[in-house]
Write a protein that binds this ligand. Sequence first.
Ligand code: DHB
Length: 310
Amino acid sequence: TLATTIGGKTFDNCMMNAAGVRCQNKKDLDALVQSNAGAYVTKSATPQERAGNPSPRMHTLLKASINSMGLPNNGLDYYLDYVIRDQQKRPDSTNFLSVAGTSLEDNLAMLHQIQDSEYTGFVELNLSCPNVPGKPQVGYDFDRVHAVLEHVFDFYTKPLGVKLPPYFDLVHFDQIAAILNQYPLTFVNSINSIGNALVVDPRSEQVVIRPKGGFGGIGGAIVKPTALANVRGLALRLKPEIKIIGTGGIINGVDVFEHILCGASMVQIGTQFGYEGPALFDRLAKELTEIMAEKGYSSIEDFRGKLKTF
Ligand code: DHB
């Protein structure tokens, strides 16, 4: 079985989409509902709809993608309406509503609206969007992470997790974990894209995306070692009640297996889901099932977090 449990909720498959890719409108979300994914997450919402940055705003390479979408989304009401209707249709299924305010005030206003609604599913509070010009991401400012969570847990009582940027220094793992461990978080999702990278086209001598002078967030196969380090680094430091969602660099079943070995209870796929669409979840489920059968594992708990070191 590929089932997993987070915050007392069981998901029949430990794989789902990552926020941002093919989840902006009802048609995308309906396709995820129909797919073999264990859950879906909606495109990060802001209070009002946004058109996002000018195109081209995403570019793909063989083992990497770069994007600076700029939070194009249909606004919180649209996604909250979708998840509430879905919850009425499928009361036994839990899904994820992503919110990404560009200020503390916006995040608190959206979470108040969700708290006051009939939605009972998970919220993924995105503290790591690198692509809105002039708006620093919260995840790299530990005092602001602390302040956001302090304000949020003053009133918010539904299951909540945070989406984090990648960290690159072990002291930063210690510092972020010490903050997160002070709160009743249901999950932590690591990693978002590796922010503010630059892809250059030597032939045209140009950047490949328009926003921010070509700077954007990197996803795809090449981010896997950074993602695994973050999943493992957090798994070793977070209290066991906070489950980890591993995101980054998943192309095949082996990649899913590695994320779970490092401590992930669930995994999300962004770039590859963009390439492959909902059939991705059939392929990954088959590949992970085969790996587990070869190794004699019957559930993901048999190997989750059990990475060996020398
Ligand atoms: C966008 C990118 C992100 O990495 C994110 O977390 C949220 C939004 C974007 O550019 O739309």
